[in-house]
Design a protein around this ligand. Structure first.
Ligand code: HEC
Ligand code: HEC
Length: 287
């Protein structure tokens, strides 16, 4: 019996050790330079992206002043840094290159993968939008807010070994050639570009999925023309995204379906999204 317990302890220690090695793996990323604009229109575009499609403020707080996402001695601490130049903010310490590396590649200044920041999706952000986001971060009003550092505990380390979604940088090819920037407009192509973020919860084919890290969340439904949306009109979709109220009289839970952020999308963005959703091949839920 004592031998078995000892064996189990050793096995757990090995898993924690392997998880820790995965976390401290060094990513040597060649960061392509992205033009950073300085004009007011681009800064405003960056703000719009951060608050709506990017969902950055969902994790980093309004004004990107940082937030504690979860604190647990066994799993670990998940906290998004204060990106402003206020007291305890890291805004002044981050170069433009650091920002591009973090957002596009999910890799921090120390070369390690950033925990849970969904960069496998942000990797698809166009040069124009990424430049605008960096420009906006550079011009953030300072917020004085101290947040703890993200650090995974023993359980978080074991999970990091078994589930790559905790370290998004480990999930995609950082050297893949980039497609040309999409042209904003009410087109299927632009809708597809905007829908990248929907895949985080609704799955890669948008046929339904689960909200990462949230066991109590309702299912993120099938958005292909096989699911509930098949009977919707464009106006039903826009109204649902703006109010969280579905045509069937339901109310979407904003804690899990971030409609309050999507509500701030422009009419053209929502129309493009709808146009794209209509072109999806009908798929059974979760396929
Ligand atoms: C799901 C939550 C989540 C979302 C969404 C998110 N972040 Fe983060 N972000 C984090 C966490 C957590 C960290 C700290 C990770 C760590 O230290 O390992 C972080 C770190 C960062 C860093 C710091 C990098 C460094 O070198 O220290 C930057 C910059 C950043 N995020 C920008 C953004 C931007 C811009 C967006 C939107 C396009 C965004 N984040 C969306 C959770 C998130
Ligand atoms: C962070 C996770 C998450 C993201 C990102 C997300 N959704 Fe959702 N979505 C959900 C969840 C969860 C539900 C179910 C909510 C409920 O039933 O209260 C949902 C429900 C919906 C519904 C209602 C379907 C129905 O059953 O009536 C629509 C429409 C929808 N999402 C569209 C989108 C679109 C479009 C995007 C991208 C712009 C998106 N969602 C991004 C989690 C998400």
């Amino acid at each position: 019996m004592a031998g078995l317990v000892a064996l189990l302890v050793v096995a757990i220690l090995v898993l924690i050790l392997l998880g820790s090695r995965r976390i401290s793996k060094d990513y040597d990323i060649q960061v392509a330079s992205v033009p950073i604009p300085t004009d007011a229109v681009s800064i405003e575009r960056g703000r719009h992206y951060v608050e709506t499609v990017g969902l950055c403020s969902e994790c980093h707080g309004e004004g990107l002043g940082g937030d504690i996402l979860s604190e647990d001695s066994v799993f670990g601490t998940l906290a998004s840094p204060n990106l402003t130049s206020g007291a305890s903010g890291i805004g002044d310490a981050l170069s433009d290159e650091d920002l591009v590396r973090a957002i596009r590649h999910g890799v921090g200044r120390d070369g390690e993968a950033l925990v849970i920041m969904p960069s496998e999706y942000f990797n698809k952000i166009s040069d124009a939008d990424l430049g605008a986001i960096v420009a906006y971060i550079r011009n953030l009003p300072p917020v004085d807010n101290q947040v703890p550092k993200t650090s995974l505990g023993p359980l978080g380390r074991v999970i990091a070994l078994l589930d790559s979604s905790i370290l998004p940088a480990s999930k995609f090819d950082h050297t893949a050639p980039r497609p040309p920037d999409p042209t904003p407009g009410v087109t299927v192509e632009y809708g597809e570009y905007l829908a990248t973020i929907c895949s985080v919860c609704h799955g890669d084919n948008l046929s339904g999925g689960s909200v990462p890290g949230e066991q109590d969340a309702p299912v993120a439904r099938n958005l292909t023309p096989e699911g509930v949306l098949v009977s919707w009109e464009e106006s039903d979709f826009i109204n649902t995204m703006r109010t969280g109220k579905t045509p069937g009289g339901g109310q979407l839970d904003g804690e899990f379906m971030p409609w309050e952020h999507f509500a701030r999308m422009t009419d053209d963005e929502l129309k493009a999204l709808w146009m794209y959703l209509k072109t999806l091949p009908p798929s059974d839920s979760g396929e």
